[in-house]
Design a protein around this ligand. Structure first.
Ligand SMILES: [Zn+2]
Length: 344
């Protein structure tokens, strides 16, 4: 089964951080961070539904204006998630423009902004074009266990880390897939049909073996049949969903390392910042960033399958292979300089 989520670093390893996650079978696009998004077409921007912003340093948030520019005048909702005070930053961005004619627009554009606080308390504020983007408090909540988005096909967990300001890291997990074996269906004389959706739902919901599944199809005698879930065991296989981690702009501290490992443990792919080479760890510490070596060590500790370092400092332009090699050496895993182009 192909994974549902397809991640791409929009600006490569040296450019502004933006991880674009396209979802197979669904039109929507998710972004982690919102640096420059000039490479996204207007059509792609219209598919954006969720944007997870680690923190509001300019290289992580300057792309908001382009999204706003493209979406004004269209009927659209975009959900944004960010650290404490994030709703105020969105408000300041929006109030930098004049909206005196906004009420006359036919379509409404809404940004639904959720702040994630270190205690996992949340605050959600809406900004609608037709209301001149005045803030409207939606309410406060709690992201239990760090779960900030519980979608039909994926879940997003967050962790609040330290970059001398609260900085969010994210883990995006696909909901498990249920694959159907058509040959096994044929052996049982069962047709393909809408009933398979009920079967998948029952399996993912952990239904008991004696649950009766109703099959309705014209090719069956009497047009329908009932069968217990337990009798269908050979018909399906559960494949765990893909897990993708996104970690950027954190100081190399024991608390941050612990927080990252807890969040992204066992991920299939970890996108992790590695702005400085190992020898420049003093500089990295001064700027509250990781080195290549720290990024590799964290990926190893979190038992990641594949690590994708990014946010390389421009001071190392032309040294990408060296930086990848340093991460790989610390990771001692599957990241080699010759791999890792797929998602960059
Ligand atoms: Zn930063």
């Amino acid at each position: 089964m192909r994974p549902l989520l397809h991640p791409t670093l929009l600006n490569g390893r040296f450019g502004d951080p933006v991880l674009c996650l396209e979802t197979l079978f669904e039109k929507q696009i998710m972004l982690c961070d919102l640096g420059t998004v000039d490479v996204l077409s207007s059509r792609e921007i219209q598919r954006i539904e969720h944007v997870f912003v680690s923190h509001a340093h300019i290289d992580h948030f300057i792309g908001f204006d382009r999204i706003l520019r493209i979406l004004v005048g269209r009927e659209k909702q975009v959900h944004l998630y960010g650290p404490p005070d994030f709703a105020d930053r969105v408000r300041h961005k929006l109030s930098g423009y004049q909206w005196n004619l906004a009420a006359s627009y036919l379509c409404d554009l809404a940004f639904i902004v959720t702040e994630i606080h270190p205690s996992f308390a949340t605050r959600t504020v809406s900004f609608r074009l037709k209301n001149g983007f005045a803030p409207e408090e939606i309410g406060c909540g709690f992201a239990a266990g760090g779960l900030i988005l519980n979608g039909a096909s994926f879940r997003v967990h967050g962790a609040v880390l330290d970059h001398r300001t609260p900085c969010l890291a994210f883990a995006i997990t696909e909901v498990a897939h249920v694959n159907i074996w058509k040959t096994e269906l044929a052996k049982l004389g069962l047709p393909i049909g809408p009933w398979l959706h009920d079967l998948k739902r029952a399996v993912l919901g952990g239904a008991p073996d004696d649950l009766k599944i109703q099959i309705e199809a014209p090719e069956l005698a009497n047009g329908s049949r009932e069968i217990e879930l337990g009798a269908l065991r050979n018909v399906y296989k559960i494949t765990p969903g893909q897990k993708i981690g996104y970690v950027t702009d954190i100081g190399d501290t024991p608390d941050n390392r612990r927080g990252v490992v807890q969040l992204v443990e066992g991920a299939d792919i970890l996108f992790i910042e590695a702005p400085f080479i190992g020898a420049d760890r003093a500089l990295a510490a001064e700027r509250a960033h990781l080195t290549t070596v720290a990024a590799g060590e964290i990926a190893r500790a979190a038992k990641i399958r594949h690590v994708e370092p990014f946010h390389f400092s421009p001071r190392y332009a032309g040294q990408e292979q060296r930086m990848l090699a340093e991460v790989a050496e610390a990771f001692v895993g599957t990241c080699r300089p010759e791999t890792g182009h797929k998602y960059a």
